[in-house]
Design a protein around this ligand. Structure first.
Ligand code: UDP
Ligand code: MG
Length: 195
């Protein structure tokens, strides 16, 4: 059977990771955060990409897709599962092109879940979440937001043109946002078939 994929996008601190954890509990998806996979690879002493990844992350730039896409594919294969939330990817045209080339024929894209949140709210959340990340500081955040606006927004617009975007107002609290998320995952065409 063809695995199905939901891309989860939104600015840094929009709540993608938090909401994905909830979705996993209720709807049997596997959550794959591209950022987490990259950080894991960076921390692996055997990796030849550690330094490159850290530099990209601190500068808020997007790591070349060959690295990210192979981490995602390996994680999908290793899971043995068939429903994936791919969080924080594709973030730019290079990501999208690389994914299309390597993966488009192997999986079915269900939709793109877009957590829409103004930058001021995102900034506040990143600065107060205390995740110990090397990019949750004002200087990196400014760069991440620029990357988001210049590179990721056009990808969301691309999927909007294909009518594949499900937009969520992510400014509210976790519970309220999750109510809207649930509504989407309860739709018969989403929940059905491959639940
Ligand atoms: N990143 C990347 N490619 C990806 C996902 C993440 O290069 O596909 C890098 C990028 O530098 C980004 C950082 O990892 O700024 C952190 O991403 P993450 O998704 O963890 O941040 P979030 O949006 O969840 O705050
Ligand atoms: Mg995240």
């Amino acid at each position: 059977m063809q695995p199905s994929v939901v891309f989860v996008l939104g600015g840094p601190g929009a709540g993608k990771g938090t909401q994905c954890q909830r979705i996993v509990q209720n709807y049997g998806y596997v959550h794959l955060s591209a950022g987490d996979l990259l950080r894991e690879e960076r921390n692996n002493p055997g990796s030849k990409y550690g330094e490159l990844i850290e530099n990209y992350i601190r500068e808020g730039k997007i790591v070349p897709v060959e690295i990210t896409c192979s981490l995602l594919e390996a994680a999908m294969d290793a899971s043995g599962k068939e429903k994936f939330l791919i969080d924080g990817f594709p973030r730019n045209q290079n990501n999208l092109d690389g994914w299309q080339k390597a993966m488009a024929g192997k999986v079915r894209l269900q939709f793109v879940l877009f957590f829409d949140c103004p930058l001021e709210v995102c900034t506040e959340r990143c600065l107060s979440r205390g995740a110990g990340r090397s990019d949750d500081n004002m200087e990196s955040l400014r760069k991440r937001f620029n990357t988001y606006l210049n590179e990721t927004k056009p990808i969301i617009e691309h999927y909007e043109d294909l009518s594949l975007v499900r937009r969520i107002d992510a400014t509210r609290g976790v519970e309220k946002v999750y109510e809207d998320v649930r509504r989407i995952f309860e739709e018969p065409n989403v929940a059905g078939g491959d639940k």
